[in-house]
Ligand binder design. Structure first.
Ligand code: UDP
Ligand code: MG
Length: 310
């Protein structure tokens, strides 16, 4: 029987969440009366999640395990799930039950109305620190402003994607992935559905500030040249100021003014522009490093163990 729904959950040390995740997904998906599979991508877990995933798949063949050789990160884990999914509607969901599986029914309703991407918008969030809320809110808004694709605000990776769109996304093999950006970039008929994001069922966040920053950098560099252009803008502005300053200084000297004498101003200017140049070099470095990664052409992930792709 062809599979209608593929549910993808990336797993990085979610030992205590797995049984609940499985039973809630099963309850919701069985209620649709249609065929489904649950793809659990083990992203290099070290807490025994791997064995739990295997046990779940031994007991129920709708669970298909994809086991990574090491931790490759959330976006790559979801990518692997998309590669292995066989369904007509593919749902990406967090394993910590922050995205309630019951919302899948709402997403699927919109899909049946003809939408090809139905993304879940976080109208409310429970159990997050103010720091996480602030940085997340800032993240979405900065990305929205400076990237070339309009990525919906307050929207994570929880979404339902039609097979057509997944096939297109699977053909995009860029190494530094920001799936929400890629999902917006491809187009198709898209719509958002609001939901209340729950608190984590168990365990701690696997997205510390460092990983969030990396994701933000991938989002920006992947979908915008703005940081590169900033150096150009700065160059024009400072060159403009310098050109304007020349007649001003000549005038000052001719009229015998003592203004701008001494080294402090020179020192400040040198330090400031030294800083701007180094930052610009760093920005260049971010892009060049990513080009280097693309050129190396390494695989996006390495699986130790996975079902056959179909
Ligand atoms: N995750 C992953 N690899 C990682 C980090 C996270 O597969 O390197 C998974 C994690 O197990 C969870 C999802 O990505 O299913 C979202 O992570 P988390 O809930 O920790 O992020 P938050 O909700 O705090 O932003
Ligand atoms: Mg979470």
């Amino acid at each position: 029987m062809p599979i209608v729904y593929s549910i993808i959950a990336p797993i990085f040390n979610e030992f205590d969440n797995l049984p609940e995740l499985y039973s809630r997904v099963k309850e919701v998906m069985d209620s649709t009366g249609e065929s489904w599979e649950l793809i659990l991508v083990d992203d290099g877990s070290t807490d025994g999640s791997t064995d739990r995933i295997r046990a779940l798949s031994d007991a129920d063949e709708t669970v298909r395990p994809v086991i990574f050789a090491r931790n490759f990160g959330h976006q790559i884990a979801v990518t692997a799930g998309l590669d292995y999914a066989r369904g007509q509607a593919i749902v990406v969901i967090d394993a910590d039950l922050q995205d309630p599986p019951e919302v899948i029914l709402e997403l699927s309703r919109k899909w049946k109305d003809g939408y090809e991407v139905v993304y879940a918008v976080r109208a409310e969030r429970e159990g997050e620190s103010w720091f996480k809320l602030l940085t997340a809110s800032l993240f979405y808004r900065v990305i929205y402003r400076i990237t070339d694709v309009k990525i919906p605000l307050d929207t994570g990776d929880f979404r339902l994607i039609d097979r057509k769109v997944v096939d297109v996304m699977n053909s995009m093999r860029e190494k530094h992935r920001f799936l929400r950006g890629m999902g917006a970039w491809v187009g198709f008929k898209q719509i958002g559905v609001e939901y209340k994001r729950a608190a984590r069922h168990a365990g701690e966040t696997k997205y510390p500030f460092k990983k969030m920053l990396k994701l933000a950098l991938n989002a920006i560099t992947g979908f915008s040249y703005f940081p590169l252009q900033v150096a150009t803008y700065f160059g024009f502005i400072s060159a403009g100021i310098a050109i304007l300053a020349i007649p001003l200084v000549v005038f000052e000297r001719l009229t015998g003014s003592q203004a701008f004498y001494g080294q402090a101003t020179t020192l400040i200017a040198v330090l400031f522009f030294g800083g701007v140049q180094l930052i610009s070099l760093g920005v260049l470095g971010e892009y060049i490093g990513r080009i280097y990664d693309e050129v190396k052409g390494r695989p996006l992930y390495i699986v130790r163990d996975a079902p056959k792709k179909e």
